[in-house]
Design a protein. Structure first.
Length: 579
């Protein structure tokens, strides 16, 4: 738990402002240049507010205003709030994929905190990669921090129909490709699916990751569920400002919060929410920054014993995050998980998880189901092994047609996204519903950057026959708003010589979700011959951040962090004077 109130002389910011020397003279004079007086910082916690607002990030468009709410809270609690920008990693416009820049965001966050006179920080994020990127960096920096989630947008709407981010885009796109809806209807969906600021309102990656952050104890209780436009979101933002000041005085840092117990809690909560497959790669990286060696096997074990109880799209059929919040939100869901959670885990509130759940109620039993009536009897994700994925692959059984949980069929292999995209719109493509679509060279190095290409489109010929799902395999990721029988994160990836590189069109692929197996039915001698003939592709980058990325990024089963950043949290002992 939080310790006794620390001495103001031991504040980290005092190393910048307190000494009577020339360097501190420079620090103080420049603060005064900006209009601050010594009364603003002397003996007070200086709070960095890392703001990911951007005109190109609709998920965070309200952060320009919310930062003032945070500052108000910091001031009320007796601290000095300093806004500082960070890279705004958005899903909407970044190519080839925002995942390429998650680790850049983590590095920038860590170095921004280390190099500035911050005693504590408020991290403002929400769009998919911002939660792991910000928290990974802050865990490594080691100062007290609190995470302020952006919150989901309002429900989409077109012609009286409720629309969900991503999920309905895929659905209506397939209907348009099948010739079943008009251009007018398509444009109506386009104009109605995203009608306020905030991140995706399905249980996609954004809502998954903010739920994980709260379950880890990094958010105020209930903060992750509040819709972005709700007035409660403004009040929560001010609460974050007040609370971070107390966390500094209590010396409550990430080493006390991100522990094996809280990581286990976060995994269980992720499974119960019907989480995005992207949760795997992010929670592995976040845990390992705190020195917790979470593995794919740990995730699969939790998935076998934790049912999905959040009836939210895409695992659920009807409801969205707005419904989830008004049904009681994440606190209500966690209250239903009983002894599956370690309620002694410490949270940023200074209370244990169990204490924060006192009084939590469920107001709609269909939105947040009891354990006795789950949406799906196991957790959101399953981890597969086999000769196609010796280091693992991920599937979301709750979001696909159950008939594909055990399936055998011939592979139809594509080496690039453009090749696949051209083929699936060819109505003369030789493909049956039993075929297994395969896209390779789309992993961390092959993509490049591990893009969300894994929900391979159903071939147009099959759409016109009425088919809406089929087995698909790739070393890519897919959007958390996606659904279907998609096997993802195949490791090692094909670009570096993983077994997926050896698969050929016509080979028989066998999936058995209950047994957690994924195999190609090709004998070892044939695979050895193919291995001998395989030629590694040329690297994707010759300069810049991509050059560094391809030399240091880990594979999907390791969280795709950089190899030199996974050594744990906290500033080095005897922090050098450069900081």
């Amino acid at each position: 738990m939080a310790g006794a109130r620390k001495n103001p002389d031991s504040l980290r910011s005092a190393r910048w402002f307190a000494p009577d020397d020339l360097r501190s003279f420079g620090h103080r004079s420049r603060m005064m240049q900006m209009g601050y007086a010594p009364e603003d910082w002397a003996g007070k916690p200086v709070i960095g507010i890392l703001n990911t607002w951007s005109d190109m990030n609709p998920c965070h468009l309200h952060f320009r205003d919310r930062v003032e709410d945070v500052k108000r809270g910091v001031l009320q609690a007796g601290g000095l709030g300093i806004e500082i920008p960070t890279i705004s990693v958005d899903e909407s416009f970044t190519k080839p994929t925002s995942m390429l820049y998650r680790n850049m965001m983590a590095m920038e966050t860590e170095e921004t905190i280390r190099s500035h006179p911050f005693d504590g920080v408020v991290l403002m994020g929400g769009c998919d990669k911002s939660t792991p990127g910000l928290t990974m960096g802050a865990i490594s920096a080691g100062v007290p921090f609190i995470y302020l989630p952006a919150g989901p947008m309002l429900r989409g709407n077109y012609a009286g129909r409720i629309l969900g981010s991503g999920s309905d885009a895929w659905k209506y796109w397939d209907e348009r490709r099948a010739g079943l809806i008009s251009d007018e209807e398509w444009l109506g969906v386009e104009g109605g699916i995203a009608r306020s600021y905030g991140h995706c309102m399905t249980m996609g990656t954004a809502s998954t990751m903010t739920a994980i952050a709260e379950a880890l104890g990094l958010c105020l209780p209930g903060a992750s569920s509040i819709p972005a436009p709700d007035a409660n979101h403004k009040r929560m933002s001010a609460d974050c400002g007040r609370r971070i000041v107390d966390m500094v005085w209590e010396d409550l840092g990430p080493d006390q919060i991100v522990t094996p117990a809280s990581v286990a809690n976060a995994v269980v909560v992720a499974m119960a929410t019907g989480c995005s497959t992207n949760a795997v790669v992010h929670i592995l990286a976040m845990a390992r920054r705190a020195g917790v060696n979470l593995t794919l096997d740990d995730l699969d074990a939790a998935g076998r014993t934790t049912p999905v109880i959040a009836n939210i799209r895409p695992s659920g059929d009807e409801y969205l995050m707005e419904d989830f919040y008004y049904a009681g939100g994440l606190r209500a869901l966690m209250s239903r998980l009983g002894d599956k959670l370690d309620r002694t885990a410490v949270t940023c509130s200074g209370k244990t998880l169990g204490e924060t759940l006192e009084g939590a109620e469920v107001y709609n039993d269909d939105v947040i189901r009891p354990l006795s009536n789950p949406v799906y009897h196991e957790g959101s994700l399953a981890v597969l092994r086999g000769n196609l994925c010796p280091d693992g692959a991920v599937i979301k059984p709750a979001a696909c047609d159950p008939r594909f949980h055990v399936h055998e069929g011939p592979a139809l292999v594509f080496d690039s996204y453009p090749e696949m995209k051209a083929a699936i719109d060819d109505e003369n493509l030789q493909v049956t519903p039993d075929h297994v679509l395969v896209l390779r060279n789309a992993g961390p190095q092959g993509g490049p950057g591990f893009p969300e290409w894994g929900m391979l489109p159903i071939p147009k010929a099959l759409l016109k026959q009425g088919h809406r799902d089929m087995l698909r395999i790739s070393d890519a990721r897919m959007s958390g708003t996606s659904y279907g029988a998609c096997i993802l994160h195949v490791a090692p990836e094909s670009f570096i010589g993983g077994p997926l590189a050896l698969l050929r069109t016509g080979d028989i692929v066998r999936l058995d979700v209950p047994k957690r197996r994924l195999d190609m039915l090709v004998d070892d001698a044939e695979l050895a011959a193919r291995r001998a003939a395989w030629v590694r592709p040329e690297p994707r980058f010759a300069r810049g951040f991509g050059y560094m990325f391809q030399r240091h990024v880990g594979q999907a089963n390791d969280g795709c962090d950089f190899d030199y950043l996974t050594t744990g949290f906290g500033e080095p002992a005897g922090e050098p004077d450069i900081y």
